[in-house]
Design a binder for this molecule. Structure first.
Ligand SMILES: [Zn+2]
Length: 306
């Protein structure tokens, strides 16, 4: 099978990006795989450290193996926001395709030294490593940051050289979670351009890129939920980052959680007599598949790229 680097290079050349879709249950994983297969799109399936703990290491690895074997689109298992050498090592040893070491909350030198240590270990086993420089505001799983610290373009070049990472997550104004902006969403394309000048043709990653679709927020709120003032990044802005710049991986988690919750709430509300979880999970699964298909087609441009 073609590896992740092949698709990063292809994405850089042809102006598309791979979706990195987070999952923490089987329904979401199946929905992602189904959407990718129908759209003939490669994708990254991502688990955070807390998702690993929630589902169990072996459960994830074995189920992903089965899903990968049956899916006609290439899926790459990725560790999202590994915070320590030990958790990154564990993911490498479990057979992940790619890992992220996130030491972005540490001072530059510490970030470099931990990222390099992880790269040395992972590269030895042929596993790709994503590092992060700069910090995104927001809350997601075990990552919580109060304000944005944009990536320093000069430091980005130094960081890549010193650590040997394969891709770099940059902070240009996206943020984690469902409450990203109070006003209009903004991305610092000027910083992105500077980073690209310093790191030509180098794969860049945007985290916290959910658009928080109003349609699903409304379904949740109309069916007993209470989600107020949720706001994501406009898809037009993220699309520009993909089409005009070197962004080859876009992380999407919140949008899938919203869709799954919307499906379950709607199904439960409309069928109060039902207690068969397969019925309400099915609508959640369908909504997740709809979102992934939409992202592939309109945001990532990764349709028919396998
Ligand atoms: Zn993230």
């Amino acid at each position: 099978m073609k590896n992740l680097l092949y698709y990063y290079k292809k994405a850089l050349k042809s102006g598309f990006a791979l979706g990195a879709f987070n999952f923490s249950n089987l329904e979401t994983l199946k929905a992602i795989a189904s959407a990718c297969e129908k759209s003939k799109s490669p994708a990254i399936i991502a688990v955070s450290e807390s998702a690993l703990n929630y589902m169990g290491d072996e459960f994830i690895v074995e189920n992903v193996k089965i899903i990968k074997n049956h899916c006609k689109a290439p899926l790459f298992l990725h560790l999202d926001h590994g915070k320590s050498f030990d958790v990154c090592k564990k993911a490498v040893d479990l057979g992940f395709d790619s890992i992220m070491i996130d030491a972005s909350s540490s001072p530059f030198e510490e970030n470099v030294s931990l990222t390099k240590k992880v790269c040395d270990y992972a590269h030895n086993k042929g596993i790709f490593v994503e590092g992060e420089l700069g910090q995104l505001a927001g809350i997601e799983d075990n990552v919580s940051v109060e304000e944005n610290h944009f990536t320093n373009p000069q430091k980005a070049k130094e960081f890549v050289k010193l650590t040997n990472v394969d891709s770099l997550a940059v902070a240009i104004g996206t943020s984690h979670g469902a409450y990203k902006y109070q006003g209009e969403s903004k991305l610092r394309f000027d910083i992105l351009v500077q980073i690209e000048k310093n790191l030509p043709r180098f794969p860049l990653v945007l985290h916290g890129a959910s658009s928080v679709n109003k349609e699903y927020v409304d379904i949740i709120n109309n069916n007993g939920g209470n989600i107020k003032n949720a706001k994501g990044v406009s898809e037009e802005l993220t699309k520009m980052a993909v089409q005009m710049h070197n962004v080859v991986k876009i992380n999407i988690d919140t949008d899938l959680r919203m869709a799954f919750t919307a499906g379950i709430r709607k199904s439960m509300n409309e069928n109060p007599e039902n207690f068969d979880q397969r019925k309400y999970c099915l609508l959640g699964q369908k909504y997740v598949e709809d979102v992934v298909s939409h992202k592939i087609k309109y945001l990532l441009n990764s349709e028919n790229k396998i």
